[in-house]
Design a protein around this ligand. Sequence first.
Ligand SMILES: [Zn+2]
Length: 362
Amino acid sequence: MSRVYLTIDDISTPYTPEIVDFLCDKGIKPILFSVGVNVEKYRKEALYALRKGVIIGNHTYSHPAFSSLTLQQAKEEIDRQEEVLDALYAEAGVPRTIKVFRFPYGDKGGDNREAIQEYLLEKGFSKLDDRAVGFEWYKTEKHAQEVDTFWTFDFAEYQIRPGSAFTFNDVLNRVYDRNIDSPSHLLMPGSNHIILIHDHAETEELEPNYFKRLIELLLEEGVEFMEPKFLPNEELQSLRDFFAKDLYAAQAGCQIDAVAEGYARCSLAIGPNHMNAVGSLMGGVPFTLADFCFAVATNRPGLHTVSVHSNIAYLGTPKGSRLIAEARKIKDGRRTCYYEVEIKDELDKQVAVVQITGLHMN
Ligand SMILES: [Zn+2]
């Protein structure tokens, strides 16, 4: 069996919501790479995807080939799409905790390749955790060490065009590796892939339901779809180092999963040490996690906020094995701030909600 991350390029289209619903039903979490001009045309479709909890990444504003651009033009293409995405996430009311980038056509910019990679790091883009991808070519071509999201398998279904000899059967041949000289066979047992498919209305019109048919096929072949995980970016790492000194929270098992302006997500694996004498979760455990999550959302080296008042409501007993807290800013002023922290388990069962008033110390 092979394990894959699913990436979908060139969104959005009128079909994006249908694709997202289909994947949600199957429990598959993709990364959608968006093109600015498409998002501007099909904005509510992109908003729909975000509200369903899907990550939308940057695939540039106008989909140019980067080796034909100057470094300045390349940066502008990235930045312009960043503005589109920041506005889209804000409108959807979803915190943008992960920024990922994919080059159009896999063209990494020719002579500007290194400079563009540096720029992506500087802008806070994260790297998909591709450490399990074992193909030699993936390493020698430097994809393993670069921050953009490359791929290891391409369905090439976009080549089905009017007048083209390429058919759906050729796509199937790629999946089964029957006729192509591929360095990375998709169904090779034990292999790890980043697979690429497109959300193209033109393909849907020529080959109805191509998207669903291909994903169903992989499921039938026993392919396992993995939830996207990212290598910690430097800011997240430095925050983790900083909060490792919160000994009480660290010993309780609190960990930082994501941070953004006015937002943090932290979690904790429930263990026997979190139980009371009758075998239920101690009320102090969700409270500790909420307090920690608030601290992560409001503290940085050099920026100190303390909680002065907290209020917790216990909503239910967790059924899962993990507590997940999300702290969100409700209001932030010069001296004080007000946050709400929601705690659920990994099965989405509500455990507690905590309101915290904080005081800025500097
Ligand atoms: Zn593309």
